[in-house]
Design a protein. Sequence first.
Length: 127
Amino acid sequence: MKTALSDASQTLFLRDKAWRMLMGAALLGNIGIWALLAGNWAIVYQPGKDFIPLHYKVIFGIDYYANWYYIFAYPVIALIVLLADYGLSRWGTAQDESMQRLLATAAVISQIIAIAALYFAIQVNIF
């Protein structure tokens, strides 16, 4: 049974073009993260090695080693953040456009950070 509140949230949710564009950009960013990982599979997939470097500091150097499959943490966490922002935007902010846009912007920013982190983790494994 639909209520007036669910109808109002549905129309606000679907008609906000800025929100749709931001969430679309975040989704494309997440697809880009997975594509970056797939495109560099030969570098990432190193089952013969016990550990690969996953984090690098400029002053200290490589400071975190883990099994090769831990590199999947970057896109998986980014996907969880994207789904959480989508859910909160859909469920928690039924009448508030500004909060929806803020959450969508946070989703885009988190995807950009995850792309950069994965890119640099792959670069550490090249050299």
